[in-house]
Design a protein around this ligand. Structure first.
Ligand code: MTE
Ligand code: MO
Length: 233
């Protein structure tokens, strides 16, 4: 399978938010140019704290009933993964409490997610030596790319529960990715397929002016923000 024949199908049409965010990338809006603050500081440069949890998407929130939900993991792996919600819940389960940072400048502290750690999923599929990048595909047609190293972060998980309750559709339920150390656009909502590849394939926002890696501490908002692009690879 290629990145293009995703079972989720095509993308929804552009919304005002999608167009605005594309323009922000062109204008380099929100860039402070400030160096990352000391380790002791919790809020990355240019971010502000919110208490509610904003919803950002492409203007379409796919309703995937639990009995029809499926997740695939394929590509450069020893064993392909295919899970129903029931078999996914039979994988090892973990809880992560973490801060999240959106490139539109809001951050939210102490979010509690339950789900499957990406390291436990990796144990199940065992990426081959060729696997360098991971492409996330979603039920709304969204894609995003991360390095295998970023995907495999110790606190990254495929979450089905937030604050003790099933993750809502608006926030990506039944299951979304959470990669706490990268801007939240890397955390695919409504994830349908996890594809392991050798060569990188920039996703929806990455081809629309957003940084390929998206480290909030290096303020990697837009394509040309530099910093450490591909750590450890
Ligand atoms: N499938 C999918 N995942 C997605 C998106 C999307 O449009 N579709 N938007 C991304 C962006 S830009 C952000 S900021 C976060 C928002 O997550 P939230 O709505 O739960 O805050 O989801 C990310 N994951
Ligand atoms: Mo975003």
């Amino acid at each position: 399978m290629s990145a293009s024949d995703d079972p989720a199908g095509g993308l929804p049409p552009d919304t005002k938010l999608t167009t605005t965010k594309q323009r922000w990338a062109e204008e380099r809006k929100f860039i402070t140019g400030r160096p990352a603050r000391p380790e002791s500081e919790r809020l990355p440069p240019g971010q502000h704290l919110v208490r509610d949890w904003p919803v950002l998407d492409l203007g379409l929130q796919p309703e995937v009933p639990l009995h029809r939900w499926m997740l695939d993991a394929d590509g450069a792996v020893e064993t392909r993964g295919h899970w129903t919600f029931e078999t996914f819940k039979a994988l090892p389960q973990s809880t992560v409490v973490t801060d999240i940072h959106c490139v539109t400048t809001w951050s939210r502290y102490d979010n509690r997610f339950d789900g499957v750690l990406t390291t436990d999923l990796l144990d199940a599929v065992r990426p081959t030596a060729d696997a360098r990048h991971v492409i996330l595909h979603s039920y709304d047609g969204y894609t995003t790319n991360v390095t295998l190293k970023d995907f495999a972060a110790a606190d990254a998980l495929l979450a089905h529960t937030f604050d003790g309750k099933p993750l809502t559709t608006a926030h990506g339920g039944p299951v979304r990715l959470i990669i706490p150390h990268l801007y939240l656009w890397k955390s695919a909502k409504w994830v349908s397929r996890i594809q392991f590849v050798g060569d990188d394939h920039p996703g929806f926002w990455e081809v629309r002016g957003y940084h390929n890696r998206g480290d909030p501490w290096q303020e990697q908002r837009y394509s040309d923000d530099g910093g450490d692009e591909d750590p450890g690879i």
